[in-house]
Write a protein of this length. Structure first.
Length: 114
């Protein structure tokens, strides 16, 4: 069998990896071994934090709804429990948006939930 030299493919693979590490600090953007390790960690964190972002958004909506409910003399947990009992199908994202931008509609929802 003839010998196959793989210099071109190896160079291409290294070049592509180093292209993805642009902007990393120190030598982690131009030393192949360190860049490869840094990139593996970066991909792992990116995957994990795409999941965490959803949780963080939901927590933020909860805080915003709770803050908007305080002037009406109710708390977040009581309000959400009342919405479930009345079968009002509004999710937290919509409720938070209503509380911030459409106060009169949010007030109607609060009155409906009481």
């Amino acid at each position: 069998m003839t010998r196959v030299k793989r210099g071109v493919q190896a160079s291409k693979r290294r070049k592509n990896l180093l292209k993805n590490t642009r902007g990393f600090q120190g030598v982690r953007n131009n030393k192949y071994r360190l860049a490869k390790e840094a990139l593996m960690h970066a991909y792992k964190y990116a995957f994990r934090d795409r999941k965490k972002k959803k949780s963080a958004k939901r927590a933020l909506w909860n805080v915003q709804i709770n803050a908007a409910l305080r002037p009406y003399g109710t708390s977040y947990s009581v309000f959400m429990g009342n919405l479930k009992k009345k079968n009002v199908a509004l999710d937290r994202k919509i409720l938070s948006d209503l509380a911030q931008h459409n106060a009169e509609i949010f007030e109607a929802v609060v009155k409906e939930a009481k």
